[in-house]
Design a protein around this ligand. Structure first.
Ligand SMILES: [Cu+2]
Length: 420
């Protein structure tokens, strides 16, 4: 079946079988994009309920993945935004690594950055709020989303600003919109008058006849010329007059800034843990991802594998107390797959030791988050971050990436078929 028909079918199914819109499209992004671009972690939302005009802080960290997909433009122009259903919040502050992130900037891969956005509630409702990076050419890369309830009335929203010259603007939402409307009205009136002047005259056929008879002089009278000249004078006077008037009223204007901000890249995280993926499989009927990896602990302390994070899903290894302690109880439950991460050998990896480790993540989340479509991707690789905790409960973050092979039938039934 063609892709279009499939997506139409799934759209129909979605319309028929879902309760209310549960999100806003973050699951539709291709798995390779979500698994191997920006990995957000330690994300917090300062509150989940607020009133119009109140502020919420969304902050945390992200790592731009080392194994960035080849078909995705590099993060050379990146803008920090927020993924919300429309302008339901006004973003009043944005920071990357403690520096203002009002403009776009170039960021480096395989580095961690901290971010912070302050959002002011504008429109009431129940909104899914994500941090988001817009990468030029690659599109929006969403972080995890949490539901935030905004109460109050949209009409009460106010965005007061004091400009550099001390002018206090009570509400930026409506400031000077009267003047914008007035200018639109002026030009509309002039355009309609000019159009009306010509339309009331004999139009196409009489003019065509006049042209054919070589009588084109009769088409433009002296009055027409005078009206045309008058219009030129009016238009030029309006433009020049408007410019002079505006200059006099606002002597100091600063154009919109189109430059790029520069943020110093964080030093390379020298996590002494290296992960080499030997084999990664996705068991389609079992909804299970298994990653067999050779992991080397190059650090001074023994480590345990506490969490595998990919596509904003956090697979927690509940056998590691430090990993469980690292989960904020207010973290969105739907992003914490219930079965978590299973590691067969629970003995800590000693300093200098290299071991074959099997990471297993079995959960319906692969299906519900639509990550299973990765088996249809032409770039069939899995990526994520492995959070290791050493014996001092210190966290080390290692990159995990490798090719993945789908398994379409479970071994037991395959064997059954062979014996019959
Ligand atoms: Cu969402």
């Amino acid at each position: 079946m063609s892709r279009v028909a499939l997506s139409l079918l799934s759209l129909l199914a979605a319309l028929l079988f879902t309760e209310v819109a549960s999100a806003h499209g973050e699951r539709n992004q291709e798995p390779f994009l979500r698994m191997r671009s920006a990995h957000f972690f330690d994300v917090t939302w300062s509150k989940t309920k607020l009133a119009v005009n109140e502020e919420i802080v969304v902050e945390g960290k992200f790592r731009l993945f080392k194994d960035w997909p080849v078909n995705l433009p590099k993060p050379n122009v990146v803008f920090l935004g927020n993924g919300t259903p429309g302008p339901v919040f006004a973003r009043v502050e944005s920071w990357i690594n403690g520096q203002p992130a009002i403009q776009s900037m170039a960021l480096k891969r395989d580095r961690d950055y901290t971010f912070k956005t302050v959002l002011k509630a504008r429109i009431p409702g129940r909104h899914h709020v994500h941090p988001m990076l817009n990468v030029d050419g690659a599109g929006p890369l969403l972080g995890p989303g949490d539901w935030v309830e905004v109460s109050g009335r949209a009409a009460d929203f106010k965005l007061p600003v004091t400009t550099l010259d001390g002018t206090h603007i009570e509400n930026l939402e409506h400031w000077a919109t009267g003047r914008v409307k007035a200018w639109h009205a002026i030009w509309l009136v002039i355009a309609l008058a000019w159009l009306g002047y010509w339309i009331r005259r004999p139009l196409l056929i009489p003019r065509y006849v006049a042209l054919r008879e070589g009588n084109e002089k009769a088409l433009v009278s002296h009055t027409d010329l005078a009206v045309g000249a008058g219009l030129i004078v009016v238009v030029v006077a309006l433009v020049v007059g408007g410019f002079v008037y505006t200059e006099a009223e606002y002597p100091r204007t600063i154009p919109l800034q189109g430059g790029r901000a520069v943020v110093e890249a964080t030093p390379k995280s020298d996590a002494p843990v290296t992960v080499i993926v030997d084999r990664a499989t996705y068991d389609v009927p079992g909804r299970s991802m298994k990653i067999a990896a050779t992991i080397t602990n190059g650090g001074q302390h023994s480590i345990q594998f506490g969490e595998f994070a990919t596509s904003n899903l956090r697979f927690i290894n509940r056998a590691v107390p430090a990993a469980v302690a690292h989960v904020d109880p207010r973290y969105p439950k739907e992003l914490l797959p219930r079965n978590g991460l299973k590691v067969a050998d629970t003995t800590p990896l000693a300093p200098g030791e290299t071991r074959k480790v099997e990471l297993e993540m079995t959960d319906a989340a692969w299906e519900t988050e639509r990550l299973t479509s990765l088996i249809n991707d032409p770039d069939n690789r899995v990526g994520g971050l492995l959070f290791c905790y050493d014996d001092r409960d210190e966290r080390l973050v290692a990159n995990v990436s490798g090719s993945i092979v789908p398994v379409f039938m479970d071994v037991a039934s395959a064997q059954m078929r062979m014996t019959h």
